[in-house]
Design a protein around this ligand. Sequence first.
Ligand SMILES: Cc1cc2nc3c(=O)[nH]c(=O)nc-3n(C[C@H](O)[C@H](O)[C@H](O)COP(=O)(O)O)c2cc1C
Length: 402
Amino acid sequence: MEQRRILVAVTGGIAAYKVPELVRTLIRAGAVVRCAMTREASEFVSPMVLQTLTGHPVRDHLFDPSQEGEIDHISLADWAELVVLAPATANTLAKLAHGLADDLVSAVLLATRAPILAAPAMNVNMWEHPATRANLEVLRSRGVHTIGPEAGELACGWEGLGRMSQPEAIAAAAESCLAPNDLAGEVVLVSAGGTQEPVDAVRYLGNRSSGKMGFAIAAEAARRGARAVLVAGPSSLPTPAGVRRIDVGSALEMRDAMTAEFDAATIAVMAAAVADFRPSQSSQRKIKKEDLPDGAGLTLELVPNPDILAELSRTKGERTVVGFAAESHDMIEAARRKLTRKGCDLLVANDITQQASGFDSDTNTVVFVWPDGQIEQLASLPKREVAAQLLDRVMKLRGESQ
Ligand SMILES: Cc1cc2nc3c(=O)[nH]c(=O)nc-3n(C[C@H](O)[C@H](O)[C@H](O)COP(=O)(O)O)c2cc1C
């Protein structure tokens, strides 16, 4: 949400006390936030609090010459890339459904071309009233996004649906509303993390991949409207919203899962650090020192694992297949050779010797390597931004091949 302009429109419900937390969450996520409120909202939360948090004057009157002079209500409506209506009272939802514009918030809601995300909050009987139900139906049919309300104990003493969703959930929904929907219709299959190649009942050969890059790609694909499937090596990272996750352990398990999901995929991104070799045998029991002659070492024989990227690339047909290469030296040449050997459509190379790049880092410095040998170096970016840039390139490729 870096630098995205969000107008938080606050109306007169008790849940307005959660709005400062919502504003802080949006600002922490990088958004530029302004607030507008109804007169009733200012009974529940002070404009001064929101002005201090946003660093911008908070408008609450339509007919106040000083406020209208500062930024007029139409400019405010035009300024917003997204309007978050939180809490959304039954009253303001009804006004929007009927096109009324008799105060600042309702006028801005009617005047804006930006998407609107409403977070209704009210007494359960108000929520269930046929008038409110009909208004919501009209608003949703016109493209207004909604989140909540949640069920639980209400401030009015009643139990049931009516609580405003939590600020984090509203912020996540806001992010989805802002994302382009350019991957709708695509099925993006992503592998992530390292693999664990069993040595015995307790030991394995592994690597330092955290899975962060692959998780970021799956999250970004889902945010942009794709069906995203994540085949993840062992990782404690949370499953990103909207992503179907399949957990695997070894390279052989990863290959089975990727092959099974590949049929339905339109895009496959192999971001996992798959072990090239595995022990030729693994013991079902723990290998004990005492079972070996005194002072003797243990020799493991390693056999090659299947090359999942090459296998998928061979049968890709209309699909777009992307590989990753973690290199420690001669990065570009090694990546070009790897791309030719594997036969994928794009290779993402990263130099794991650089600080703030590669394994377990939150940032990555990558080079895109294309089949014609061209390269494109990106600056050091958060993995999420690298994921966005990668999917931009993939969609361009897919556009060109149609
Ligand atoms: C203490 C109190 C709490 C209220 N809480 C809510 C609420 O949670 N949701 C709601 O829709 N209306 C609630 N109302 C009623 C609204 O404040 C009232 O409908 C008002 O006209 C809404 O104005 P607005 O939509 O312009 O902000 C509450 C009223 C009071 C006095």
